[in-house]
Design a protein. Structure first.
Length: 256
């Protein structure tokens, strides 16, 4: 049976996630932006955190760790070996193609530099859950604070290749702003127009827009659509490489 997924709103626009396996009782927490809502969600369900998986070192993804560990001291903390000097103390240091076992399911580690150079994502392939932090996001991708366009383009290519039904659990509620921008570079995309309308409806009702499916991202997220003729026409870059298209989209978003 697939694991149970809980999305936890933290800070002003962050998300953490809980992944729980009923059979074993194991519960993974993915990123810890803020302790209180995570601890409340665990307590409400009677769950004990057994694993804490960190995607990258930014404070709004790790700063709640100490307090969560104080309440769940046996939880194992895992994160990127490449970024261990900037992360809190890690019990398990992970690199590309390493695996963990949580709730009887193999969890795969994917190296996704770009937003930071030490960013990783976690894939639960049987449960079709992908935790992307600030790499692939709903209708967007993370700003390139440290990595290069080439790195982020390659990172997104790894994630884009996963099955349509994969749930993309990204780290922020940025979908409205990302959708407004996406419409400027992909104005003829009816799937995007419908998604933006649905985003507006969900947010007006106080509901989350995360997670999304990878199939939906491939249909509407401009960073995954660099081959699309309509986007290329809008950018006046018909003959450009896919990387050049990605770089231009990211540049325009930075100045949007």
């Amino acid at each position: 049976m697939p694991h149970e997924l809980v999305t936890v709103a933290c800070l002003s626009d962050n998300y953490a996630f809980l992944v729980h396996d009923t059979a074993t009782g194991e519960t993974a927490v993915i990123d810890v932006p803020e302790a209180a809502p995570i601890l409340s969600a665990l307590q409400e369900r009677g769950w004990t955190a057994t694993h804490i998986l960190l995607t990258h070192h930014h404070a709004d993804h790790v700063q709640g760790l100490r307090e969560v560990l104080a309440a769940h001291p046996r939880a194992i903390t895992a994160g990127a070996r490449a970024d261990e000097k900037r992360l809190p103390r890690l019990d398990i240091k992970l690199s590309e193609n390493d695996t963990l076992t949580i709730g009887g399911e193999r969890v795969e580690v994917i190296d996704v530099p770009g937003h930071t150079v030490g960013h990783i994502a976690y894939l639960f392939p049987q449960s079709h859950l992908l935790f992307t932090g600030d790499s692939l996001m709903a209708l967007g991708c993370g700003r390139l604070f440290e990595g290069s366009p080439e790195q982020m383009f390659e990172s997104l290519g790894k994630l884009r290749a996963l099955p349509d039904e994969t749930l993309v659990c990204s780290g922020h509620e940025y979908t409205t702003a990302n959708g407004r921008f996406a419409a400027t570079v992909d104005p003829e995309n009816t799937a995007l127009q419908e998604r933006n309308a649905e985003t507006d409806r969900l947010r007006a009702e106080g509901k989350f827009t995360v997670p999304s499916t990878l199939g939906l991202e491939r249909a509407t997220n401009p960073y995954l659509r660099c081959k699309d003729p309509s986007i290329r026409k809008t950018l006046n870059m018909d003959g450009a490489s896919d990387l050049d298209i990605f770089t231009e989209i990211r540049r325009r978003k930075d100045n949007f």
